[in-house]
Design a protein around this ligand. Structure first.
Ligand code: FEO
Length: 386
């Protein structure tokens, strides 16, 4: 697909993959984006995932016929983008691989490739001729240590790797479908990149030296008219700025913690608070991470189980801590039968994660009765701290 005379899309849709990284559900597939930059010389930016060899080479041939590719630029070594490096090396003998210094041992480790593999430095330039100047910008930990971006100076286009990407295959229009993909950009960011907010900030600052007219990421649509919205989302989410609202996630064994969650949900809606309700028993935790990054308040319900947090809720709270999420209000509730532990332990984890605990939490024994669980008071505390 022609993006401009010099930029061609040669990526693929993967509509069959159920779990990204074998853990994150793909409701509508995913894209592995790859691009050709065509000057006097030709560069291929990243490859695609395994098992797409035929389609990938057909896409390349459609754009450049039998012309040779001179450079393979490796912005990122995760195998969803690098799996076909050896395949491309085989198809284009003599192709030079351009990557960051940190990528070189990975290229050798994954592919056994050392010949014609060239490390570039931050801001180093590569001229392809015909007015095509590429600048390499190191962006470590967005999403792996070796990650870099490639900036096409004359077209003011950044090939950004995972940054600004989202889940979802792209059918039809390939550009600027922001409203449609925003939620999946949040889910992608929070699940895949969420731990690395400071590094994303460094990358954004580094890229701010360049005018960005177009973003070509490795997943999802191409951004042109919506570049500013996409940059703004990444800036806010990497600063851990949540909008006013609540991510209310719960798990329940026999419906008592669930009833408390539903009553709290009603109370918050009555007060006009934007609230996302998640049942962790049945729904994948990735959707709760998405909304934990989206909103400024996280409320978790969990019964006590084995003197611990009930596992589905524990996974969520532990994941928040390991993602180093910041600037969040936190509250919890949950039932127990003979000894309560879940609320205390959730508060401890929230405290370790440096969240702002806005309420001691409601730990109630046996059945849920509104009279012994002051849900309205919890809703008041949430509203007062939004
Ligand atoms: Fe899309 Fe970090 O790979």
């Amino acid at each position: 697909m022609k993006i401009t005379d010099t930029i061609r899309y040669v990526g693929v849709n993967d509509r069959d993959k159920a779990l990204f990284e074998n853990q994150w559900p793909l409701d509508k597939g995913v894209t592995y984006n790859s691009y050709l930059i065509v000057g006097e010389k030709i560069a291929l930016v990243d490859t695609v995932a395994a098992n797409f060899e035929e389609q990938f080479i057909a896409n390349i041939k459609t754009e450049i016929g039998d012309r040779k590719i001179d450079y393979l630029i490796v912005n990122h070594m995760e195998p969803d983008h690098s799996a076909l490096m050896s395949f491309i090396k085989g198809k284009y003998p003599g192709i030079k691989v351009i990557a960051s210094a940190k990528a070189l041992p990975m290229i050798e480790g994954y592919h056994g490739l050392t010949d014609d593999v060239i490390a570039v430095k931050d801001k180093e330039e590569l001229n392809l001729g015909s007015g095509v100047t590429l600048i390499f910008k190191m962006t470590p930990m967005v999403h792996w240590p070796e990650t870099m971006m490639t900036y096409f100076k004359e077209e003011e286009t950044v090939f950004s790797g995972d940054a600004f990407g989202c889940f979802g295959a792209v059918e039809g229009e390939a550009y600027d479908r922001y409203d449609e993909y925003e939620d999946e950009m949040f889910r992608y960011y929070s699940n895949i990149v969420g731990k690395y907010g400071p590094q994303v900030q460094l990358a954004l600052k580094g890229m701010s030296a360049y005018t960005i007219k177009r973003i070509c990421s490795t997943h999802g649509p191409i951004w042109e008219k919506e570049v500013n919205k996409v940059l703004d989302l990444y800036n806010k989410v990497s600063l851990y700025e949540g909008k006013k609202g609540v991510c209310l996630a719960y798990a329940s064994m026999y419906g008592n913690t669930e009833q408390a969650a539903l009553d709290l949900y009603d109370e918050l809606l009555k007060r006009g608070v934007e609230t996302a309700l998640h049942n962790l028993n049945f729904e994948h935790v990735s959707y709760s991470y998405r909304d934990a990054f989206k909103y400024n308040t996280i409320v978790v319900g969990s019964p006590t189980y084995n003197n611990d947090i009930f596992p589905p809720a524990r996974e969520f709270v532990y994941g928040l801590k390991s993602r180093l999420i910041k600037n969040r209000n936190f509250a919890s509730f949950g039932s127990f039968t003979w000894m309560g532990a879940s609320v205390r332990l959730m508060n401890e984890m929230a405290n370790e994660a440096k969240m702002n605990i806005i309420h001691d939490g409601i730990s109630f024994n046996q059945g849920y009765l509104p009279s012994k669980c002051n849900i309205k008071e919890l809703a008041d505390s949430i509203c007062n701290n939004l």
